[in-house]
Design a protein around this ligand. Structure first.
Ligand code: SAH
Ligand code: SF4
Length: 351
């Protein structure tokens, strides 16, 4: 695959119109191509049979549809969580996870190869940053599973940016992919179906709050004070809690939506009664929801998951303080579905 070809999934609809007009074609051809990409879910211009043959040929020569090559795929025992390791056109690796629930099919999408933030619990963070993903690479992950689910008479219901990377540091590409997947002529995934998860990049939270679509926001909190959060989520030194909490308030005011705070419980690190009480104090009065999860054990990470009774006790304290809290069921731990773990394993064995 020549890297100088145009990835059709990198383009917005107006950009696709511009391309076909430059090629001397009528504008409506762009809408036809768009429907092939996002509604029929074509994986190759050769499939676009209602286009004139010469246009189809030109598309085949000069463009492609979101090249992402599946390298390995793992399925957990109950067949509910599936993880795919993809190779990009330039030989990088990224991971995407499909999580099937009773009424939902959620895709956990990567936004970067690696991540520059370097959180101490995170397999991705341990391996540094390579590059941002393009709009098309972000969208192609969802489309891969949309095709797969369609074959089972199912469809994608939610997209969460909780795979590899920090979506707020690749805002433009992530946002363009959201707009493309949201478009009514295509997959038509509603704005409420998307959630951007951030380690606390304040300018990104503020930008999300101002955007035209009210997309969901999750903030990876993991600690109720700066001293501990500085250690676990290093970007806290740049954007401490005194900035993260007002930014979440701003998001809530602008969108009317509640914020989800992710809190991964680590044995003896951030899981005491006192941590729970201080978390409640920090979040009091905010329209929010806390997701507690026992951290995923990760290679090269010294922390251990909190025992279940600790997790439940932590929840009890938050609930008593009237903070809405759920304990997230562990999913995919047995298939190394924790953030960046499959890529880490692959890089270790292929070097
Ligand atoms: N960069 C963004 C989104 C990707 S990480 C963010 O940090 O929010 C998605 C989530 O996985 C974050 O909440 C992150 O803190 C969490 N995470 C990373 N490593 C983990 C581990 N070993 N156990 C549990 N959660 C982990
Ligand atoms: Fe990056 Fe998120 Fe991992 Fe932190 S948890 S290193 S921000 S991907």
């Amino acid at each position: 695959m020549a890297a100088d070809k145009i990835n059709l999934l990198d383009l917005t609809l107006p950009e696709l119109v511009q391309l076909v007009v430059e090629w001397g074609e009528p504008r409506f051809r762009a809408t036809q191509i768009w429907r092939w990409l996002y509604s029929t879910l074509a994986g190759d211009p050769a499939e676009m049979l209602n286009l004139p043959k010469d246009l189809r040929q030109r598309l085949q020569e000069q463009t492609y549809v979101g090249y992402l090559k599946p390298i390995t795929s793992t399925m957990d025992e109950d067949h509910l969580t599936e993880k795919v390791l993809f190779e990009t056109i330039d030989g990088q690796y990224l991971e995407t996870v499909l999580m099937r629930y009773t009424n939902r099919n959620t895709i956990c999408v990567s936004s970067q190869v690696g991540c520059p933030i370097g959180c101490t619990i995170c397999a991705t963070g341990q391996r540094g940053f390579v590059r941002n993903l393009t709009t098309g690479e972000v969208a192609a992950q969802t489309l891969h599973f949309a095709r797969k689910l369609r074959d089972e008479n199912a469809h994608v219901t939610n997209v969460v940016f909780m795979g590899m990377g920090e979506p707020m540091l690749n805002f433009d590409a992530v946002w363009r992919s959201i707009l493309n997947l949201n478009d009514r002529e295509g997959l038509a995934l509603g704005s409420r179906r998307f959630t951007m998860s951030t380690a606390g990049v304040v300018p990104g939270i503020e930008r999300l709050a101002r955007e035209s679509l009210a997309v969901g926001l999750a903030i990876s909190l993991h600690a109720p004070d700066n001293a501990l959060r500085d250690q676990l989520v290093p970007i806290n030194r740049r954007y401490p809690l005194e900035q993260v909490i007002p930014a979440s308030k701003f998001y809530i005011e602008r969108t009317g939506r509640r914020v989800t705070f992710e809190y991964a419980l680590m044995d003896g690190v951030n899981d005491s009664d006192d941590h729970a009480r201080r978390t409640a104090a920090l979040l009091r009065g905010l329209l929010c929801h806390v997701n507690l999860i026992p951290m995923n054990p990760t290679p090269n990470v010294a922390y251990r998951p909190s025992p279940n009774e600790r997790v439940l006790r932590f929840q009890e304290i938050l609930v008593k303080e009237r903070i809405q809290t759920t304990v997230r069921l562990r999913r995919g731990v047995d298939i190394q579905a924790g953030c960046g773990q499959l890529r880490g394993q692959y890089l270790d064995t292929s070097q």
